[in-house]
Design a protein around this ligand. Structure first.
Ligand SMILES: Cc1cc2nc3c(=O)[nH]c(=O)nc-3n(C[C@H](O)[C@H](O)[C@H](O)COP(=O)(O)OP(=O)(O)OC[C@H]3O[C@@H](n4cnc5c(N)ncnc54)[C@H](O)[C@@H]3O)c2cc1C
Length: 439
């Protein structure tokens, strides 16, 4: 019997996956509810809506997201084609006219003979049918419950309240030092950035006056009532000392020479490769430029390289390290795949790329071929690997960046920019070779 794939959600990941399956002559039923019931951030009736900014970010191959787009071009990505069709001038970024962009994609979905668009809310997952769940960060309520039932309630999240993440090599270890609070444990796991009173005063002053990101959804107003989710700036506004009794507590974190500090910012290892660190207790609603400006005032972090900024917003995502395998397939039911922001990738381009990974593997499953793990020296593969191989305990969504791509051992000292070129060239060559194996 001919296999038909259900795709839930005609967003970026869902439309890309539908297109990739159609290209491989596989029939798709694409379910989308927005024309009947929009979520609070949707404004258009067209599919694959860019709900906030209108940019797919940098085109520079030195930037991991630039290379990611180039990898996606190798798969004839529909979303990239639509972006190039609807492109508007924006320096080195791929920015689009959002209506033209979404119209182009909707037209492809509605005219492609392999794709049947069904404009209704998908409510019940049939475990015996091949289904791709790409319902995004604002999945409908009924489907949220279905997914929770399918994977277990503990593995489905409703909010994202995360602290920023920086690269380890951008921390000045002449100022910062390794130590656990009260020297507990056998290894020195934390990197600590010490502050004297003057440094803390400046940090506090700038933090309380910094610009906040706009709140998109009413439900986000209540985020602060969630345990452990108080934004850093809200805490700081309660009083000059509040942070020094909270996340910046100096107790048990003396300098290596035994002297005391007025405040200490702690950084915690974020990934197994030990090249990313997150700020302990720094959930924040500051705008991204403000995070960069204010957090770089912390001694030792003057040149911090941010791979992810802190956010506090509604975001439905699953605990991929626990429930997904390397093909974006549910470990407990091989008929069910996930793609897009719901898998814990973050961003328009990243969400789309995970739709390609899922579609290629669904096509292989249907054609009874072995499923394929994308190479981890590519950005697509590195990102996919991050969401399944990172710690399940503090799992938080991730954007494309070079730190999640397989480390490139370079013996000689070279400039950062040259290194990025090397990462990019290696990724693109590796993807070319990988595509040859997809027969
Ligand atoms: C408020 C907000 C702002 C964001 N801003 C940016 C930004 O500026 N830049 C950036 O790179 N990323 C941004 N993101 C993150 C992310 O990149 C986008 O959300 C992106 O659209 C995710 O793509 P997706 O395909 O996973 O989901 P979506 O594009 O959201 O697509 C999911 C689709 O599924 C549909 N759906 C949901 N439930 C059902 C159901 N039961 N039945 C049928 N259809 C259903 C929805 O209507 C939607 O069309 C933002 C996210 C949010 C929530």
């Amino acid at each position: 019997m001919e296999k038909i794939v259900n795709i839930i959600g005609a967003g970026l990941a869902g439309c890309e996956a539908a297109y990739q399956l159609a290209k491989r002559n596989i029939k798709v039923k694409l379910y989308e509810k927005k024309t009947l019931k929009r979520n609070p951030v949707q404004k258009l009736d067209y599919f694959a809506e860019l709900v906030c900014s209108n940019t797919l970010r940098s085109s520079d191959l030195k930037n991991a997201v630039g290379t990611l787009k180039e990898e996606m071009r190798m798969f004839d990505s529909l979303i990239i084609k639509a972006a190039e069709f609807a492109q508007i001038p924006a320096g080195g970024s791929l920015a689009v006219d959002r209506e033209l962009f979404s119209k182009y994609i909707t037209n492809e979905m509605k005219t492609n003979k392999y794709i049947e668009v069904i404009e209704q809310e998908f409510q019940k997952i049939d475990k015996n049918q091949i289904t791709l769940i790409a319902s995004g960060p604002l999945t409908s309520k009924t489907l949220q419950l279905e997914i929770s039932k399918l994977i277990g309630q503990d593995y489905f999240y409703f909010f994202d309240a995360v602290a920023p993440i920086i690269t380890k090599d951008s921390i000045n270890m002449n100022i910062a030092f390794r130590k656990n609070r009260y020297e507990k444990g056998e290894t020195q796991d934390y990197i600590n950035c010490p502050m004297n009173k003057e440094q803390y005063e400046l940090f506090h002053k700038e933090l309380v006056a910094a610009q906040l990101a706009p709140v998109h959804l009413e439900s986000e107003q209540n985020l602060k009532y969630f345990e452990g989710c108080m934004p850093l700036e809200v805490m700081a506004k309660r009083g000059f000392d509040t942070l020094t009794f909270g996340p910046l507590k100096p107790a048990g974190l003396r300098n290596l020479d035994g002297t005391n500090n007025f405040a200490v910012v702690q950084l915690r290892q974020d990934n197994a490769a030990d090249n990313l660190y997150n700020f302990v207790g720094f959930q924040t609603n500051l705008t991204w430029p403000e995070q960069k400006r204010v957090f770089r005032l912390i001694p030792g972090l003057e040149k911090a390289n941010f791979v992810r900024y802190g956010v506090m917003h509604q975001n439905n995502f699953i605990n991929s390290p626990t429930v997904l395998n390397e093909f974006n397939q549910l470990k407990s039911n091989h008929n069910i795949f996930f793609a897009g922001q719901i898998t814990g990738v973050e961003g328009y381009v990243e969400s789309t790329s995970s739709g390609i990974i899922a579609a290629i593997n669904i096509a292989r499953l249907i054609n009874q071929k072995e499923l394929k793990k994308f190479p981890i020296d590519t950005v697509m593969g590195g990102l996919q690997n991050y969401i399944i191989a990172t710690s399940s305990k503090n799992f938080q969504p991730m954007k494309a960046n070079w730190s999640i791509v397989e480390n490139l051992e370079i013996k000689s000292k070279i400039k950062k920019e040259e290194k990025k070129d090397m990462y990019s060239n290696r990724a693109l060559n590796s993807m070319k070779q990988f595509i040859k194996t997809l027969v």
